[in-house]
Write a protein that binds this ligand. Sequence first.
Ligand SMILES: NC(=O)c1ccc[n+]([C@@H]2O[C@H](COP(=O)([O-])OP(=O)(O)OC[C@H]3O[C@@H](n4cnc5c(N)ncnc54)[C@H](OP(=O)(O)O)[C@@H]3O)[C@@H](O)[C@H]2O)c1
Length: 259
Amino acid sequence: MARRVFRRKQFTIVGMKPLQGKVALVTGGARRLGRAIAVAMAEAGADVAITYRESVRQAEQTADALQVAGANAIALRCDVTEENSVRKMLQSVLREFGRLDILVNNAGTYNTASFEEITLAQWDGVFASNVRGPFLVSREALTALRKANGKIIHLGSLGGLRPWADHAHYCSSKAALHMLTRVMAKALAPEVAVNCVAPGMIDLGEKAAASFMRKMAKKTPMRRNGSAADIAEAVTFFATAPHFITGQILAVDGGLEWA
Ligand SMILES: NC(=O)c1ccc[n+]([C@@H]2O[C@H](COP(=O)([O-])OP(=O)(O)OC[C@H]3O[C@@H](n4cnc5c(N)ncnc54)[C@H](OP(=O)(O)O)[C@@H]3O)[C@@H](O)[C@H]2O)c1
């Protein structure tokens, strides 16, 4: 898998930030939630590597934003479902930064289909991106993360906690990722803490989703949908939390899980 490295810029930051001296890797970090998470890592003081698969231009723009936030930043092409691609990407991260402290397994796939219409290709594609990907990137990053007493943060979903009739493949994949979080927390202890942020309804300003979002906000105890900032803050919480916190699935959903 070809890789592409965007420019890197040196900054000296005055004053201690919580992730100063740390290196974070955010998969699927070019746009949407991944971009918000990557920028939050940079603002917290980390140097940041992001990966992208198709979104080259957005990856370049995000790398620029990370540098503006004061980070050394690289963007690397990677398909998280492909072993060679993941290995090459991690080699580049370690060559560039020499260490890895925080892995955010954000890359994922979402699509809607009624149960009887889900094709095998759809089922396998969703599981490959949402379960095999986080497993594979974590496994390949493990030596570096162990060395750093690092952290892994998965992006799960409210859909992994609640059944959504038109998302059997997606919900099942995120439920699997939630269980993978708990298994990994046990398997990778005591060196690596593993947690999961499970976003609920997140409003990213898409016009096509506006009326659905209004409906969901009314159903949500907090009377609004989430924002990218809500998710980035929750990921930053785990990234900066005591290492003793592990195996947790944190729903960031305004209380929708229990409504
Ligand atoms: N947005 C929400 O409301 C919401 C709610 C619950 C959970 N989540 C979870 O939070 C995470 C981020 O959400 P999002 O909506 O920002 O995600 P998204 O836009 O659906 O996907 C994020 C990125 O994942 C990358 N990606 C997908 N499959 C990949 C693969 N096989 N290899 C490498 N990269 C791959 C894509 O990169 P390229 O664009 O470069 O191809 C994409 O930009 C996802 O795991 C999602 O399931 C989101």
